[in-house]
Design a protein around this ligand. Structure first.
Ligand code: SIN
Ligand code: MN
Length: 293
């Protein structure tokens, strides 16, 4: 799927693009049906909500689940990012966020690139998030909120929040959020939240400031996020486990557009379990580890 010049200009201005109903109900169902069995696993890659059982985030399903391995190579998700970067991309992070009915907790205001820079030593912001809704997203079930144009600020100041939720994040403080929202139009468009049916897709810049509230509704809000990084911009440090920040920088080869509806062979390297090496981490940059070895 290619972006039009108008879409590229809009992305540059706003920092995101929204594609309502880009995937059909039939395609979305293949993915949605696979989620409960993945969430039921007692594995490190299922991060649960603080003090609860509901899964907040499942990581790396593309390495052990066939439908998600196909999604990770889907041209509708991957090609627009290759177009924007004019370079091949690899999978930096793959997550299925639950935001489950009544239990899904907040995601504080943050930029993803802040975490990728501070934790993973990703050199530049040439990485992008592409999200697909597996449930309908409405104003009640904790939609993503964006501050349009906030990506233009580059990396903004952030603090490492280890306590608010079960998942550590570099978060942006309230004063700066207030300023960014004012600059983006205040009550008139300073915060937006794309909503729509399951199968809708959002592509957003790694410096776009975003958040989501808790889900007090009776409706799940499961969404999948592909974080795609330009190959030359690969991370330089393995401080986080491999199921969170991937270490295989192989360019993604897309499958045909009908891949969710047909059988295509995909590699599932973690199908028999995650290798122990995926849990090995180091605070040193990788060039230093290699020199020492
Ligand atoms: C994220 O920011 O990575 C996730 C936010 C959400 O799923 O609401
Ligand atoms: Mn994020």
């Amino acid at each position: 799927m290619r972006l039009t010049p108008q879409q590229i200009a809009q992305f540059d201005r706003e920092g995101y693009l929204f594609f309502p109903s880009l995937f059909s109900p039939e395609e979305t169902k293949v993915l949605t049906d696979a989620v409960p069995a993945l969430y039921a696993r007692r594995e490190a890659y299922n991060v649960r909500e603080k003090g609860g059982e509901a899964v907040r985030t499942n990581f790396a399903a593309h390495l052990y689940s066939e439908p998600f391995a196909k999604l990770a190579r889907h041209p509708r998700m991957v090609e627009p990012v290759m177009d924007l970067f004019d370079e091949a991309v690899y999978m930096h992070q793959f997550k299925i966020n639950g935001k489950m009915a009544f239990e899904g907790d907040v995601w504080q205001w943050h930029q993803d690139y802040g975490t990728w820079l501070n934790d993973d030593m990703m050199p530049t912001e040439r990485a992008m998030n592409v999200a697909i809704f597996l449930d309908d997203v409405n104003e009640f079930n904790g939609p993503l909120m964006f501050i349009p144009g906030s990506h233009k600020k580059g990396v903004v100041e952030a603090k490492h929040d280890l306590t608010t939720t079960s998942y550590p994040l570099w978060t942006v403080d309230n004063d700066l959020i207030t300023q960014l929202v004012e600059r983006a139009g205040g009550k008139d468009g300073g915060i937006v939240s794309p909503k729509g049916p399951a199968g809708s897709m959002i592509l957003f810049h790694s410096c776009l400031v975003h958040a989501s509230t808790s889900n007090l509704s009776p409706w799940n809000r499961v969404s999948v996020y592909l974080s795609l990084c330009a190959v030359s911009n690969h991370i330089r440090r393995f401080k986080r486990p491999e199921y969170i920040a991937h270490r295989d920088f192989t360019p993604i080869a897309c499958l045909p557009d009908d891949c969710l509806r047909r059988d295509y062979p995909v590699d599932l390297p973690w199908k028999q379990g995650m290798p122990a090496s995926a849990l090995v981490t180091s605070p040193e940059p990788i060039d230093q580890i290699r020199k020492a070895a």
